[in-house]
Design a protein around this ligand. Structure first.
Ligand code: UD1
Ligand code: CA
Length: 469
């Protein structure tokens, strides 16, 4: 059995009140339309066409960036309604005969099994269309099309809310907007559909009454939370809440402890191992990957970051595009900016910022430092208050520290700079010249102690105060 797909993403997104197409709005870290396309890819063995229109270039580029050449595109020049959009999509499938799965790009929570079942039912029963419905107990003003059934229970038509009679508006069974069509039937009907409705659009839903004249329309009822379509930002919030809950549930069953699941956010593309503890307020975003036995402390935010086994991220640490090695420790209050790499047992402590820097095995910066564009060798120690001066206003320069280097507190390392293995930088130094292996560098004003001077100074200042009075 051959199944092709058409996904509608051309609409103007009027109700979103946004300059961006609604299908590009993010739900749990992934654009709305990606959710739908990923599901279509699991169900369809044939071609999949995405119909673009409003902001066509942005939408197409975004989809191509994620799915490559597997997806075809058709451009709907004017947004004349969902039926017009589907006919546009069909234009890209001239030779396809079989089951055509039609989905709207704004309905992300659908269940793949049900989509497969829908297509199979259409094929088996040889009807012209099979569709998904749901019971919406607060259907009034929901904007969903109502499923109008005949006395024998079979589907007569779908009526859009805006065109429905008061009686029809009371129907709770609504149209989800997912259909398995016989492609050849759809090809025959364009001339039979008319924009005779309040929106003056060509409704795909009008195809149902036409299909019924050939064979009874088949339907599958799904739970409401799977059916939510996003038209405005309140729908967006509702669906995101549902999907976050599903993600949390999945990871809990896979061995992750959420110490306050209502206030932890794990985006859709994140992957987690076992025996991970996520404390309240943790946010795991993008393509973050966390191995077994990792603890992520309260309020920490990780984006596109890899954390290896046994590492601990203490509270309120922010990591972006970083790699945290086995048993390494980060935070509290650390900031790992892009391309920060911590090898095994490395340690980045409180108020330390790193960027484009590798800390090799067991090296540390425990407090208050900025280490950027640097390499820190094995078992080296960077003292509190150390700053790599990596930027001269024009370009970035590298600081390279060897193994077992000790950088005393409050040192300023002016890049480009290389400090050799086993070298020692005295606290408070400004280091501008390379330091050879096992060498001590001191770059600061020399201290002088004047015996008795403090007492003499005090007497002088006291006398001056008395004469002033
Ligand atoms: C649609 C259904 C409604 C159903 C609801 C479920 C129609 C006429 N109505 O209403 O019965 O209950 O979905 O969520 O189909 N689009 C285009 N080109 C257009 C118009 C729309 O590509 O010319 C795309 C939109 O980008 C969107 C999808 O089609 O992804 C659905 O359009 P939308 O305006 O959201 O339809 P609803 O009013 O939600
Ligand atoms: Ca919609």
């Amino acid at each position: 059995m051959s199944i092709a797909g058409i996904i509608l993403c051309a609409g103007k997104s009027t109700r979103m009140k946004s300059a961006r197409s609604k299908v590009l709005h993010s739900v749990c870290g992934k654009p709305l339309c990606h959710w739908v396309i990923e599901k279509a890819l699991q169900v369809c063995d044939g071609p999949i066409v995405v119909v673009v229109g409003f902001q066509a270039d942005e939408v197409q580029k975004n989809i191509e960036g994620r799915f490559g050449a597997r997806i075809l595109f058709a451009q709907q020049k004017e947004q004349k309604g969902t039926a017009d959009a589907v006919f546009t999509g069909l234009g890209a499938l001239p030779d396809f005969h079989g089951t055509l799965l039609v989905m709207y790009g704004d309905t992300p929570a659908l269940d793949v099994e049900k989509l497969s079942e829908l297509c199979k039912n259409q094929h088996k029963s040889n009807c012209k269309v099979a569709l998904l419905t749901t019971q919406h107990f607060f259907a009034a003003d929901s904007g969903y099309g109502r499923i109008v059934r005949q006395k024998d229970g079979s589907i007569a038509k779908i009526v859009e809310e805006i065109d429905a009679s008061e009686e029809e508006k009371k129907i709770n069974e609504v149209n989800v907007g997912v259909y398995a069509f016989d492609a050849d039937f759809l090809r025959q009907i364009p001339l039979k559909l008319k924009p005779s409705n309040k929106k003056n659009e060509l409704y795909l839903t009008d195809a149902i009454a036409l299909a019924k004249t050939h064979a009874p329309v088949v339907s599958i009822e799904i739970p409401y939370h799977e059916s939510i379509g996003v038209n405005d930002r309140s729908d967006l919030a509702r669906i995101e809440y549902c999907l976050y809950q599903q993600i949390v549930e999945r990871w809990m069953l896979a061995g992750v402890t959420f110490s306050d699941s209502a206030h932890i956010c794990v985006e859709a593309e994140v992957r987690l191992g076992q025996d991970i503890l996520l404390e309240p307020g943790v946010q795991l975003r993008g393509k973050t990957l966390i191995a077994n036995n990792v603890t992520i402390g309260t309020g920490s935010i990780l984006r596109d970051t890899i954390v290896e086994e046994g590492a601990v991220i203490h509270p309120y640490s922010i990591c972006e595009n970083a790699h945290i090695g086995r048993n390494a420790q980060v935070g509290p209050f650390a900031r790992l900016r892009p391309n920060s790499i911590l090898e095994e047992n490395a340690k980045i402590g409180n108020f330390v910022e790193t960027k484009n820097t590798r800390f090799r095995k067991g090296s540390k910066a425990n407090h208050l430092a900025y280490i950027g564009d640097a390499e820190v060798g094995e078992a080296s120690n960077v003292g509190a208050g150390t700053i790599t001066c990596n930027y001269d206003g024009f370009g970035k320069h590298k600081t390279i520290l060897g193994d077992r280097v000790f950088i005393g507190s409050n040192s300023t390392l002016v890049a480009p700079l290389t400090i050799g293995n086993g070298a020692y930088v005295a606290a408070g130094s400004t280091v501008t010249k390379d330091v050879a292996d096992n060498t001590l560098a001191i770059g600061r004003g020399r201290q002088e102690n004047k015996a008795g001077y403090a007492s003499r100074l005090r007497d002088r200042l006291k006398k001056r105060k008395e004469t002033d009075c």
